[in-house]
Design a protein around this ligand. Structure first.
Ligand code: ADP
Ligand code: MG
Length: 378
């Protein structure tokens, strides 16, 4: 009898243990997703942490299927293979093409998705060998770089033309076309776009805190479980092979932090390094004196529904521009509603300096043994 009572008590404890609701602060899910040519890590907290983490994975898989350059069935591959013909595309791809064009105009061509034939010529499009193209080959490809020639159109079921850049309801028919010979590569903006869509997932599932790392694109959502900001390390470009070798650490909450650097994907030939960020004006890997650019912005910028994608495109563009132009660009980008800079920057230079724009000064710590000189810019 005594044994039976003990058993019943134990069972009762066990069952109540199972039935207790997940503690919203400690329930946690962490998943790794290999996609978009990189290893991604999604860590979510809260009651719906599991559902939200897998919904985030769905977002990544869905966008990869649309935008991949190596999958011949993707919308981007179909567009690139269409020889100038018009093809139908999804609303997501349409929105992204329009956004990429806005970024091209804003950055005066430093960001241009039609740089794709040059990315491929250097062997960075995936699948082919790395190589140094001849000047004749570059000269023949450079005229194809012209984002303004990319045609996009979206119509409502009533034939009404799409105008604003916000979200839109219902089934719109979207199309796009390139000039013959042109190709596009959304590698410089796609992961940022994914991070924007993941923000919407987190809002839908009421996720209190999360940390998402999409190969150079970080989303620091809420705070850490202990209430402190998330710590985001900025890889020291000079010690790219050492994980944990940081130029500095950012302390962030509710922010995107996107880094572009020449150390992420590169090859060496005859003692020279060639990396994957191409200057659309020369057709060659950008050589601007910067070794990395990190763009940091508020993940709740209501004036900018695609802030993550902007951070991604701008990190690539500012790396092409170099220090002086990048800082001028930063000064020119204001959030008119909040009356403050639209984003903040961490620039690492080839000559050993780390430049921080003033809005980040109290959220950045220089790596102790990094050897960099540190300057705050206003
Ligand atoms: P990563 O994708 O490695 O995080 P970036 O966001 O800087 O790095 O994007 C680099 C990718 O963007 C390249 O691999 C290429 O596909 C594409 N790209 C390279 N140069 C440009 C450019 N000037 N404008 C737009 N896209 C570019
Ligand atoms: Mg980018």
């Amino acid at each position: 009898m005594k044994r039976l009572v003990t058993y019943v008590i134990l069972m009762a404890l066990f069952l109540t243990g199972c039935a207790a609701p997940a503690d919203p602060d400690t329930a946690q899910e962490s998943i790794q997703v290999i996609a978009m040519d990189t290893a991604m890590l999604i860590t979510t907290y809260g009651e719906h942490s599991v559902t939200a983490a897998y919904a985030a994975e769905d977002v990544i898989r869905d966008l990869e299927a649309k935008l991949s350059r190596t999958d011949p069935d993707s919308e981007v591959s179909r567009l690139n293979a269409a020889g100038g013909e018009t093809v139908s595309i999804s609303q997501d791809t349409f929105a992204l093409l329009r956004l990429a064009e806005r970024c091209r105009m804003k950055t005066e061509g430093a960001f241009d998705i039609t740089v794709a034939p040059l990315v491929a010529a250097w062997g960075f499009a995936g699948g082919e060998e790395y190589r140094v193209p001849s000047q004749e080959e570059l000269d023949a490809l450079l005229p194809l770089v012209d984002g303004s020639a990319v045609f996009t159109d979206s119509r409502s079921p009533e034939g009404e033309e799409y105008k604003t850049s916000g979200d839109y309801e219902g089934e719109w028919t979207c199309t796009a076309a390139l000039e013959p010979g042109q190709a596009i590569d959304l590698g410089g903006i796609a992961k940022g776009c994914v991070s924007d869509l993941i923000v919407r997932v987190f809002q839908e599932y009421d996720i209190p805190r999360a940390n998402v790392s999409l190969g150079g694109n970080v989303l620091a959502w809420g705070t850490r479980p202990d209430g402190a900001p998330w710590r985001v390390g900025i890889q020291d470009p000079a010690r790219a092979e050492e994980s944990g070798a940081y130029a500095g650490i950012l302390e962030l909450t509710d922010s995107f932090a996107v880094t572009s650097g020449g150390y992420q994907r590169y090859f060496e030939e005859d003692g020279k390094i060639y990396h994957h960020i191409i200057d659309p004006s020369t057709g060659c890997p950008a050589d601007s004196g910067l070794t990395s650019v990190t763009v940091v912005a508020d993940a709740f910028k209501t004036s900018q529904p695609w802030m993550g994608a902007l951070c991604d495109a701008y990190s690539t563009a500012l790396f092409v521009m170099g220090e002086e132009k990048a800082l001028d660009f930063w000064r020119g980008c204001r959030d008119l509603e909040a009356e403050e800079p639209l984003f903040q920057l961490v620039l690492v230079t080839k000559d050993g300096r780390v430049l921080i724009t003033e809005g980040l000064a109290d959220r950045f710590t220089l790596g102790e043994d990094s050897g960099y000189a540190y300057e705050v810019v206003s």
